[in-house]
Each structure stands twice: as structure tokens, then as C-alpha cells.
Design a protein around this ligand. Structure first.
Ligand code: QAP
Ligand code: CO
Length: 172
């Protein structure tokens, strides 16, 4: 397995719309394993292929306390959504920044698992938030898109500053 570099906001590659997976083969399973390693190492609870510059409809997540319940969604589609909830979200592509986002509360998602088997999952709470957040990435969207233009500009500035500080300390 290998850890993959994570693309950070406002990199334009985060705007790429992912293509459906055509075959669940060894190459895809390798990408899945690398994404899981990347997510656990970060550590994070969700990662979309878009974030590691692989533009296919694939996401991984693990919201368990023990970090031992990986879930894989290939070609995920929301079949139904109802209600709403507000959750403070973060994102590995927007390090150090968190903000409240309003999303559907109860969703049913249809997808393929890592063996290419179709399944359906109905869920709410954090798992539903995480799925909607990661599916947004596959559509080229980032959670900061839901914020006001002013807040979004502040996020951009903060990340640019963080990157500059990291660069300067690398040079020293
Ligand atoms: C998406 O996010 C999510 O800023 C997954 O410095 C988040 O794994 C869905 C992370 C919350 C629902 C609720 C963020 C790690 C991880 C950071 C993540 C950071 C280090 C974010
Ligand atoms: Co994210």
C-alpha cells in the first residue's frame, strides 16, 4: 500500500467531475487500499478519489471509534434524501478549517462494494453527512462552497498563509 498526496483547496483539480467506474478490478482495489491508508494516516474519516487526483466515482470512509470499519462506495448515487441536519465539517483538502454545513438528515445510497457487488444503505447522522460531503467531491464540490464569499476568501487566505509558513520552515 502507499500513501497518496492530498490535493488542497483551492487547487482547480478539486473541481474535476469524476467518471463512473467501469470495472472493479485489481487496479481499482489497489487505489482503494491506497486511499484507505492515506485516510487513516491523515487521520480522517472520509476521502474521495478526487482528493488524491484520481477522477473516478469512488470514496472511502470510516467513522468508527477504533478506525477498523472501512467502508467503500463505488459509483455511489443518492436514491432518496429527507430532513435536514447541521454538522460542523472539516476536510483533508482544507486542513485546519471547520464550518457548519446544512445537509439532508436521512439518505439512501446505492453503490458497489469492493467486490463489485451492488448494495443499498439507508443512514442518518454523521455517516449521512460524510457520504454527502464525499459525494460532493466527486461532483467537483468542496464544503467551503456552501460558505459566504467572504468566509471562503478567508479560508483561501488562511490556507495560503499556512502553506507559506510550511515552505519557510522547510527552507530553514
Ligand atoms: C469529511 O473529513 C467530514 O482540518 C471527512 O487538520 C468531516 O476526514 C464529513 C481532517 C466532518 C463529515 C464531518 C481535517 C484532518 C479530516 C482537518 C475529514 C485536519 C486534519 C477531515
Ligand atoms: Co472533503
Amino acid at each position: 500500500m502507499a500513501k497518496l498526496p492530498i490535493i488542497e483547496f483551492p487547487d482547480p483539480r478539486l473541481r474535476t467531475v469524476a467518471k463512473p467506474v467501469e470495472r472493479v478490478d485489481a487496479a481499482l482495489r489497489r487505489l482503494i487500499d491506497d486511499m484507505l491508508e492515506t485516510m487513516y494516516d491523515a487521520p480522517g474519516i472520509g476521502l474521495a478519489a478526487t482528493q488524491v487526483d484520481a477522477h473516478v466515482r469512488l470514496l472511502v470512509l470510516d467513522i468508527s471509534e477504533e478506525h477498523n470499519e472501512p467502508q467503500v462506495f463505488i459509483n455511489p448515487e443518492i436514491v432518496s434524501a429527507e430532513g435536514s441536519q447541521i454538522y460542523q465539517e472539516g476536510c483533508l483538502s482544507v486542513p485546519g478549517y471547520y464550518a457548519d454545513v446544512k445537509r439532508a438528515n436521512l439518505i439512501t445510497v446505492r453503490a458497489l462494494d469492493r467486490d463489485g457487488q451492488a448494495f443499498e444503505l439507508t443512514t442518518d447522522g454523521l455517516l449521512a453527512v460524510c457520504l454527502q460531503h464525499e459525494m460532493d467531491h466527486l461532483a467537483g464540490k468542496v464544503f467551503v462552497d456552501y460558505l459566504s464569499p467572504l468566509k471562503k476568501a478567508l479560508v483561501r487566505k488562511k490556507l495560503a498563509k499556512q502553506r507559506k509558513l510550511a515552505e519557510d520552515s522547510d527552507a530553514a
